[in-house]
Design a protein around this ligand. Structure first.
Ligand SMILES: *[C@@H]1O[C@H](CO)[C@@H](O)[C@H](O)[C@H]1NC(C)=O
Ligand SMILES: *[C@@H]1O[C@H](CO)[C@@H](O)[C@H](O)[C@H]1NC(C)=O
Ligand SMILES: *[C@@H]1O[C@H](CO)[C@@H](O)[C@H](O)[C@H]1NC(C)=O
Length: 506
């Protein structure tokens, strides 16, 4: 800041040394500044009109177009900026013939045949079943990679084939492509949120966008600079062009690497392109129960889920595929809000409520601070099957062992749009029993159902990230907790004055 200030003359100096040329310079400065304000107003104005918040690009265009000698703002209209949409994305899915029969079910869950473009790359032909053709991307056989060296003792040479999918897909010559998005056959994308994330970036530049592993050691062994392939990642079109020119030579330089994604990262490093991290891509290099992670998702759109074969089904008592299908209801109603956490208190009963919209609601006895609740509970093990708190590249909290501090968990049972109220209504029910607790305070056991009302907010991610707020509502329905979730009101914060109540009732 201090260097900025020094570049401006102090006012006294300006007044004491007016000369004609300085007056002119000052005049032009004034015009430039008013034009800048005008441009910024244009930016915020277009934002309100639901145009893409492509602010970096727009500012850049305007500033570089300021005519240095002109007295009035230019009349020239800028061409309308064409927002990135699903049609600009081409998916490249790495699949194996051996697992195709089960894995294709994951793809069918998110694939929309008439709206999306993409190719599933296999190593050999697979049997197609009736209906597949209309519910899956085109299938193609990857070209032969036997001339490439593969020397990793633990991995499999199919890594080379999968690493080349971006280049092979590019060579198909599809038109109007802005992004290539890679995923595995067991990656599930929330495509509206994927589009939202990609809209933030200028597809005319080199971008490599994805996320790390949830296991710190994986990131040590592979790289913190690597986009994990299963979580999916996006490569901008010009970067894919640059990659395609050098990838085969690049791959030959790294025969010792394990997978396809570390080969990709090695080539990105040669191209000098860093990973742009978006935390909504989920590799899920964990074992056990994803609950802790999904109940406290970071404040960023949920883009992908992976390793769903490895972890327990995300809803109890159903199969993995059934569990994911249940998620598709809220995913359609309000994708931006899916798995977004909100935290509030039931002041009368001294409970802490945490909502993961479209997934689960938890009720805790007593008051937990927002900083505790936004940490994922360690309901899972890391990729080396340890629950050690040092195992993750983010903060976690232990699962409480105290019977009274175990949350009452309600899982989504249904979600619908309430036309009259113009909002979504989602219902959550308790499946698992909680142990007896002797605290002399109101017991959530009698709550059988949680109903959450929320207005969908398709522009949630066009704004600076902020958690939604929730509020407990009065209801006459017995055994029901009614909650509103939505944008925080002015001065609304997650707080409860502890002087009113005591959480240590026994
Ligand atoms: C996507 O954007 C293109 C312009 O680049 C436009 O022609 C097309 O209609 C858009 N598609 C959808 C589904 O909005
Ligand atoms: C769900 O499964 C648990 C054990 O896995 C069982 O105790 C419970 O009764 C089941 N609940 C329902 C609703 O099926
Ligand atoms: C319903 O709410 C959405 C915002 O969530 C708004 O855009 C739409 O105009 C509303 N529709 C009606 C009929 O009020």
């Amino acid at each position: 800041m201090s260097t900025m200030k020094n570049n401006f003359k102090d006012p006294d100096h300006l007044y004491s040394s007016w000369s004609f040329s300085k007056l002119m310079a000052f005049f032009f400065l004034l015009i430039s500044i008013s034009y800048l304000f005008y441009s910024l107003r244009f930016v915020s104005h277009s934002y309100e009109c639901d145009q893409p918040p492509h602010i970096p690009t727009i500012i850049h265009q305007h500033i570089s177009n300021i005519p240095p000698q002109e007295e009035s703002p230019p009349q020239e209209e800028f061409p309308p900026f064409e927002e990135t949409n699903l049609s600009h994305i081409v998916f490249g899915i790495g699949a194996s013939a051996k697992l195709w029969k089960q894995r294709k079910e994951y793809i069918k869950m998110w694939w929309r045949p008439n709206e999306m473009r993409g190719v599933v790359w296999l190593e050999q032909k697979v049997k197609t079943e009736p209906g597949d053709e209309n519910s899956l991307p085109r299938l193609r056989i990857s070209s032969d990679t036997s001339k490439f060296k593969y020397k990793n003792p633990k991995g499999h040479r199919s890594a080379i084939r999968i690493s080349r999918i971006v280049s092979e897909t590019l060579r198909l010559g599809m038109k109007d492509v802005r992004w290539f998005v890679m995923g595995d056959d067991d990656t599930v994308f929330v495509t509206e949120n994927l589009v939202k994330v990609l809209q933030k970036y200028d597809h005319n530049q080199f971008y490599y966008i994805g996320s790390s592993s949830e296991s710190h050691l994986q990131n040590i062994y592979f790289s913190y600079n690597m986009a994990y392939g299963g979580g999916g990642f996006a490569i901008s079109y010009p970067l894919a062009v640059a990659l395609e020119k050098m990838q085969d030579r690049c791959i030959q330089r790294y025969p010792g690497l394990y997978g396809s994604d570390d080969r990709m990262q090695a080539c990105m490093a040669e191209l000098g392109v860093p990973l742009t991290k978006e935390k909504g891509f989920h590799q899920f290099d964990v074992y056990g129960n994803l609950f802790g992670l999904l109940a406290a998702h970071p404040v960023t759109p949920l883009v992908s889920l992976h390793h769903l074969d490895v972890v327990e089904p995300i809803f109890p008592n159903v199969s993995r595929v059934q569990a994911l299908k249940r998620l598709s209801g809220p995913m359609k109603l309000d994708p931006a809000g899916l798995m977004q956490q909100s935290i509030c208190y039931d002041k009368a009963r001294t409970w802490t409520i945490s909502v993961s919209w479209g997934y689960a609601v938890q009720i805790f006895r007593g008051i937990f601070s927002a900083r505790e609740m936004e940490m994922p509970a360690r309901t899972f093990l890391n990729w080396y099957k340890r629950a050690d708190y040092t195992a993750y590249p983010f903060n976690t909290r232990p699962v409480s062992r105290h019977v009274c501090q175990k949350p009452f968990v309600y899982f989504l049972s249904e979600a619908m749009h309430d036309e009259g109220a113009n909002q979504t209504s989602s219902k959550y029910i308790r499946v698992q029993q909680n142990p007896d607790c002797k605290w002399k305070m109101e017991d959530p056991t009698r709550i059988k159902l949680v109903v959450v009302h929320k207005k969908p907010d398709p522009h949630l991610w066009d704004k600076a990230p902020r958690r939604n707020c929730c509020r407990v509502r009065r209801t006459k329905k017995k055994g029901t907790l009614l909650i509103d979730v939505g944008k925080c009101r002015e001065d609304e914060v997650v707080e409860l004055s502890l002087s009113r109540t005591s959480i240590h009732n026994s």
